[in-house]
Structures are given as structure tokens and as C-alpha cells.
Design a protein around this ligand. Structure first.
Ligand SMILES: N[C@@H](CCC(=O)N[C@@H](CS)C(=O)NCC(=O)O)C(=O)O
Length: 226
């Protein structure tokens, strides 16, 4: 059950131009398949802030901004968050930090834990950046211009990052819920969604087991890409 997607289908959410918030609601520009948006959505579910946010369809691409929220994010990317009391926020890391602060959820920890959480979050986002570039290469670049070694170089980054998570970060991943775990779960979900044939689980039994458990959280089930 995906209440927010249901709202989209029923016409409750429509793409619109950025405008000043007067109703106290925040507006999140999103795409149902964006793993960066999913990070924010999972955090909204986990912190109980979901009903404070209106979802607005807003995806584009580097070749065509389309419905991208240029007024809210000059980079033309989702997620972007309009809020009543300040300029729009982007990117997903800033938005997650902002919402965590608003909810006082403590998902970034305190003391030394903060640096671990930020590093896991950066590793997850780096996996996503490489995985998305691979998708764009195949989808947007004309066949004669594609360069396979560049694509494999992106996958090599992902491979190394997954190895680092398997060998260095499992204890932290098995600790209390935090923003690094949320980012990583969205990144691994995206690998399954777009790069399933690469078999990221092979040789990474601990990471695979962690993700299997995390993926059963209601926040993850409610935000699966489709
Ligand atoms: N670093 C950004 C990345 C966001 C991003 O790349 N979003 C993609 C959708 S998955 C997008 O909007 N791409 C459009 C573009 O690059 O023009 C974040 O964490 O929010």
C-alpha cells in the first residue's frame, strides 16, 4: 500500500510552479523512481512527518528539464523541498538533515557517531551517483557515443564502496536506525531496481542480510520504486 502514490493517481498531486507557501505545508518535488527522493520519503515515514508534506511530480533529465523544479532547485533535480519559512532546500542530504532536525529524531546521532553516519550516507550517495550515471549513459547518450570503459569505471566505484561497507561498516548498520542506514537502503534498493543483473550481493553476505531485514520496514515497503 502506497498512500502517497495513491494520492498521485487520484489526482490529488499535480505538477505546479514553485510558489510561496502560505498554508504551512511543505512541498516535496519528487519522482516515484528517484532513489534520492526515496531517502526523503523513508525519513518522512520514519519520523511521522509525512502529513506535513504535499508531493509534487517534478522529474526531468540533464537533456530536458521537463517538469523539473527549476524554481526550487536551479540544478533541475529532485528532491527539492519548498517550505513556508525560508528558501527551498536541496539536495536530499540537506532535506534529510532539515527534516530530522524538525522532527528532533536524532537520525544523525551525536558525538563521534555523526561522522560515521555522514560517511555511510556519503558512501550510499556515491553509489547512487555512479548508478544513476550508468542509467543516464544507457538511456540518454546515443549508441555510437557510448563508452563502455566509463560505464565499467562507474561500476568499479560501486563495487569498492560495497566492499568497504561489507568489511568496515556492518556493526554501525546493525545499530539503532540512522540517516546513513536510510541512504544505504535506498541505494541498495536502486541497485536491485536498475542494475539487478550485476548481482551486488555476491561475496557480501553480511550486507545482503542487513538489507534483507531493513527492506521489511514499513517505510521501505511504502516507498518501493515502481
Ligand atoms: N545529489 C542530489 C542528486 C539528485 C538527482 O540526481 N536526482 C535525479 C533523479 S534520481 C534528477 O533529478 N536528475 C535530473 C537531472 O540530473 O537533470 C540529491 O542527493 O538530491
Amino acid at each position: 500500500m502506497r498512500p502517497w502514490r495513491g494520492a498521485l493517481r487520484q489526482g490529488g498531486i499535480r505538477p505546479r510552479l514553485a510558489r510561496k507557501q502560505t498554508d504551512g505545508m511543505m512541498r516535496l518535488y519528487h519522482s516515484a523512481t528517484s532513489p534520492y527522493v526515496r531517502k526523503v520519503m523513508v525519513l518522512l515515514h520514519e519520523t511521522g512527518l509525512l502529513d506535513r508534506v504535499e508531493l509534487v511530480s517534478g522529474s526531468g533529465s540533464p537533456l530536458d528539464p521537463g517538469a523539473a523544479p527549476l524554481g526550487a532547485n536551479p540544478l533541475g533535480k529532485v528532491p527539492a523541498l519548498e517550505r513556508p519559512d525560508g528558501p527551498a532546500l536541496y539536495d536530499s542530504r540537506v532535506i534529510c538533515r532539515y527534516l530530522d532536525d524538525m522532527a528532533q529524531a536524532g537520525l544523525y546521532g551525536t558525538g563521534p557517531a555523526l561522522w560515521d553516519i555522514l560517511t555511510i550516507e556519503a558512501t550510499a550517495d556515491g553509489i547512487l551517483d555512479a548508478a544513476l550515471l550508468m542509467v543516464y549513459e544507457a538511456r540518454l547518450r546515443p549508441e555510437p557515443l557510448r563508452f563502455a570503459p566509463w560505464v565499467e569505471g562507474q561500476w568499479a566505484k560501486i563495487d569498492r564502496a560495497l566492499d568497504a561497507l561489507e568489511t568496515r561498516w556492518i556493526a554501525e548498520l546493525n545499530g539503532p536506525l540512522d540517516a546513513g542506514q536510510i541512504a544505504l537502503a535506498c541505494a541498495l534498493g536502486y541497485l536491485d531496481f536498475r542494475h539487478g543483473a550485476r548481482g551486488w550481493r555476491t561475496g557480501r553476505g553480511q550486507l545482503a542480510a542487513w538489507f534483507k531485514g531493513f527492506a521489511t520496514r514499513p517505510s521501505m515497503l511504502a516507498t518501493q520504486p515502481a
